[in-house]
Design a protein around this ligand. Structure first.
Ligand SMILES: *[C@@H]1O[C@H](CO)[C@@H](O)[C@H](O)[C@H]1NC(C)=O
Length: 414
């Protein structure tokens, strides 16, 4: 009897042991999935790792869905990211509502308090690689709300049609349409906005669109209003060279890998994957357009500190076929860095945010250099220890700090 109990206990503890061993294996696998080695100067690395796990998982699922033929990768990503959507919600300080400007959906933030004087106006363009993102994402909604509150400003946060359903220049044109509608003196008046104190901001693909529409405004005889500032938050500014030091160094860091960014760029123009392939090997710009490389030449445009140890390689020329089919890849409306100096000269006071661990870092750095050389006043905020998208991650200290610096800058300069 006694020996039986002992045996049973032994059996039990053996089973328990097996169970624990199973959990241990599972735990190790899970930790291995979540863990990514991060540079030493990254604050709160575990928050970045959890965020990365979420992004990585949705991108694996989307890739899997695409391979199974369920849907396009970007459409699945857009679907997953819908969980960030947040309805327009007014509070005691700000009235928030959704409306349209000339058929383009926008979300508007107007301070509750009555005032006799005119307010500042800020036009915001969200990111998401021209493929997803929306003005109703919780983080965008929060940032716009804070901006409206702290600046006592009217904030317009625009949407635009997305790839892969719509390609360039639809995104650009939607944003331009909404912006022009807002800048109509009658509309500014109805929102109580001071025409002399209007700014435009955008992050990532939204920073690309912001830079592009601001350039376009300079050439538009219909628009009399001059913007006071533009703020470009880790913007994408060129699709000519994907072999910049920032693409080399940060190709596999969290949030935005090189392969995802290249896919975003190619989806902006077409769903034909042959463009993406050519872009990945940096062989998509035809010989006839090689004179444009000087505008994106990192060897001459990056500050020394960011070139460290990198050797410049002139991009190999691609076939003219791709560029003939997808003319957008050579268009300054897609790559604002392609504008010549005489055009840049007319740009307003500019604030550029770049992040240390971001493939798009050098796009921003090169634009800063080019604007400075053209005599435009530029303030550059390089956020050390930050990854792409940091202002959308307000739950991290570094993102929260950068968002505050951005709003403070607007407060002082808009
Ligand atoms: C890029 O700049 C470097 C150094 O300034 C120069 O040697 C090279 O010829 C340039 N290449 C192109 C394609 O502009």
């Amino acid at each position: 009897m006694l020996s039986n109990t002992v045996l049973l206990k032994k059996q039990n503890s053996y089973n328990m042991g097996k169970k624990y061993f199973g959990f241990l294996i599972l735990g190790v696998l899970l930790a291995g999935y979540i863990y990514v080695p991060l540079p030493d100067n990254v604050e709160e690395p575990w928050k970045i790792m959890l965020l990365n796990t979420f992004l990585k998982t949705s991108s694996y699922l989307a890739l899997f869905g695409e391979i199974l033929g369920l849907n396009h990768f970007m459409k699945l990503m857009a679907l997953f990211s819908r969980i960030q959507g947040f309805p327009p919600t007014s509070d005691e300080n700000i009235i928030v509502r959704d409306t349209t400007f000339n058929d383009i959906p926008v979300r508007i933030y107007v301070p509750q308090q009555k005032t006799k004087s005119l307010r500042r106006g800020l036009f915001y363009i969200h990111g998401g690689g021209w493929c997803f993102g929306s003005n109703d994402y919780y983080s965008y909604d929060l940032l716009s709300r804070w901006t409206a509150e702290r600046l006592d400003a009217v904030v317009i946060s625009t949407n635009y049609r997305l790839a892969p359903k719509y390609h360039f220049p639809v995104q650009f044109e939607d944003v331009y349409t909404a912006l022009k509608w807002f800048l109509d003196p009658q509309n500014l008046e109805s929102y109580g906005v001071d025409p002399g104190r209007i700014g435009i901001s955008g992050d990532s693909a939204g920073g690309n669109l912001a830079a592009a529409v601001v350039q376009q405004l300079l050439e538009d005889p219909d628009v009399k209003i001059k913007l006071k500032v533009q703020t470009l938050i880790y913007p994408a500014l060129q699709n000519f060279d994907f072999d910049l030091p920032s693409y080399r160094e940060n190709a596999h860091y969290p949030v935005l890998s090189k392969s995802l960014m290249v896919r975003f760029w190619s989806e902006y123009f077409t769903t034909d994957r042959s463009l993406e392939k050519a872009m990945l090997s940096n062989q998509h710009i035809p010989l006839e357009s090689s004179h444009l490389f000087k505008f994106v030449n990192w060897s001459s445009l990056l500050p020394e500190k960011f070139k460290k140890g990198h050797i410049y390689k002139t991009p190999t020329h691609g076939s003219s076929e791709l560029a003939k089919k997808y003319t957008g890849i050579l268009d300054v409306k897609a790559s604002p860095l392609l504008a010549d100096d005489s055009k840049l000269r007319g740009l307003p006071l500019t604030y550029v945010i770049t992040c240390q661990y971001d493939v798009l870092r050098d796009d921003g750095l090169m634009y800063v250099t080019r604007l400075q050389k053209s005599g435009v006043r530029v303030i550059h905020n390089h956020v050390e220890g930050a990854f792409h998208g940091t202002l959308a991650f307000l739950f991290t200290k570094v993102g929260y700090r950068a968002a505050n610096q951005y709003i403070n800058w607007l407060h002082e300069n808009l």
